[in-house]
Design a protein around this ligand. Structure first.
Ligand SMILES: Cc1cc2nc3c(=O)[nH]c(=O)nc-3n(C[C@H](O)[C@H](O)[C@H](O)COP(=O)(O)OP(=O)(O)OC[C@H]3O[C@@H](n4cnc5c(N)ncnc54)[C@H](O)[C@@H]3O)c2cc1C
Length: 432
């Protein structure tokens, strides 16, 4: 049945959901508070990696120790900024409980399947849309400066092969044969040949154009402030441009989804994982693949004639300001892998920042809420939102069309923390 679907948030996830829903014949409106020509925020600032190699969730053994060790270093790549916040305490407790081998074993096969289905989605879009977003299956290298990190990454490579994700451990010489143009000071690396990359801003503009082409109404510059209730259904959303009604509502507002959910008495625990990208427009030397810098928790991706470095995961309040110490830390760490990418080279880079929406267990929220008959969520993708966007769109479109989902989504339920702290009586929701 053809339904009216309102999607809150026009980032990469919201637009992918919109495209999948409109492709099934639904009438779709995307409500996005930012202007169409925006070039900031997570969906623009990211490293553009499409990565089946990212099957280990953020919540994994060792992360708590790392966070504690790095807590006191303002230039460290992973940082939990202490602040008096009940939501942070609650999230931290849930994150700590999820940092187990069992969580990784449960999440890994699902994340792999989601990434692979998503990559197939990108291949299809690239073929259909003339590959305007420069999708390339160029592979990914995980670069290690120390033998210790290489041994850790070799263990992940072993796990990858057990999950049928091809991965090869390489010497520094073998890495140099793949990347002959960039000078590197490394002990070796791991090659994931099936990973891919794209150019985020081009993807966003292609998604905006293609969703419009199939009839999606993109309402940029329109902010959702609250909800109107009609019994156990959402009747409409109150926006800066009046009330917008629909049959179904999908929360795709990235890190801001938690605040909106709270207005409906729903608990959708997330913290912002602030990251930065530094884009050098015309570097003297560039990469052919994209790469993760293992110890630095940073990334580098060639984007046309530019090279983008991305990194830092600072668990923080909703705050998009640029913290110079973090950028300094990122710049320093890049130079330890690439001696020719000096501070001077990075001095002219364009700095962007984005808030990754991080769930405590490292899995996204994709599915319907039990409390409202016509409300779903598609958010919480943390550092994997680009990689997982096409399959997220497909899963939500299948759900709203009454179809069986391509992959099982019970583990992604937005209600999985429903009985915990944070769920309350709806506020700012007006019954109609
Ligand atoms: C440095 C960095 C590198 C990254 N690299 C990668 C990578 O290589 N691969 C990968 O897969 N992922 C990567 N990520 C993560 C990825 O960028 C995110 O997971 C993804 O962009 C999240 O998309 P989203 O649509 O859920 O959220 P967002 O991009 O945050 O979009 C949410 C939208 O909702 C809108 N909104 C919020 N509140 C309201 C409201 N009340 N009314 C209307 N609109 C509202 C916002 O304006 C925003 O446009 C990276 C992130 C960073 C920061």
């Amino acid at each position: 049945m053809n339904r009216r679907i309102a999607i809150i948030g026009g980032g990469v996830v919201g637009l992918s959901v919109a495209h999948a829903c409109a492709s099934r014949g639904h009438r779709v409106t995307v409500i996005e508070r930012a202007a169409a020509e925006r070039d900031g925020g997570c969906s623009f600032a990211n490293a553009g990696m499409v990565v089946s190699s990212h099957f280990v969730p953020l919540a994994s053994p060792g992360m708590i120790g790392l966070a504690l060790r790095w807590m006191v270093d303002p230039e460290s790549p992973f940082h939990l900024k202490p602040r008096a916040s009940a939501a942070l305490l609650d999230w931290g407790w849930k994150f700590w409980r999820a940092c187990t081998d069992e969580n990784v074993a449960r999440a890994a096969p699902l994340l792999r399947d989601l990434h692979l289905a998503s990559r197939a989605g990108y291949e299809k879009w690239a073929a259909q849309w003339g590959n305007r977003f420069e999708f390339v299956e160029s592979g990914l290298l995980v670069l290690c400066r120390t033998e210790h990190a290489l041994a850790d990454e070799a263990r992940i490579a072993h796990l990858a092969r057990e999950l049928d994700v091809p991965a090869t451990v390489l010497t520094a010489g073998a890495v140099a044969a793949i990347e002959p143009d960039m000078r590197m000071t490394i002990a070796g690396g791991v090659h994931f040949p099936r990973d891919a990359r794209l150019v985020p801003a081009r993807l966003m503009s292609a998604l905006q154009e293609q969703t419009r082409r199939i009839g999606v109404h993109l309402r940029h510059g329109t902010e959702v402030h609250g909800f109107r209730l009609n019994g156990s259904r959402i009747g409409g959303v109150e926006t800066s441009d009046g009330v917008i009604g629909a049959d179904e509502f999908v929360l795709c507002a990235g890190i801001w989804s938690s605040q909106l959910a709270r207005r409906l008495g729903l608990s959708l625990p997330m913290q912002a994982g602030k990251g930065y990208s530094l884009t050098v427009e015309k570097p003297a030397a560039t990469m052919r693949t994209c790469a993760i810098l293992s110890e630095a928790r940073a990334a580098v991706t060639p984007m046309g004639s530019a090279l983008r470095f991305g990194g830092t995961m600072e668990i923080t309040a909703i705050d998009e300001t640029i913290e110079r110490a973090r950028v300094r830390g990122l710049v320093k760490s890049i130079g330890t892998y690439f001696p020719d990418v000096t501070r001077e080279v990075l001095a002219d880079a364009t700095i962007r920042t984005g808030l990754r929406p991080c769930s405590p267990d490292g899995l996204p929220y994709v599915g319907r809420f039990a409390r409202y008959a016509n409300l779903s969520a598609a958010t919480g993708h943390a550092m994997m939102g680009v990689s997982l966007a096409p399959i997220t769109g497909t899963l939500i479109a299948e759900l709203l069309s009454g179809e069986r989902t391509t992959l099982p989504i019970a583990a992604l339920s937005p209600d999985r923390y429903a009985r915990s702290r944070g769920a309350a009586t709806p506020q700012a929701a007006i019954a109609t």
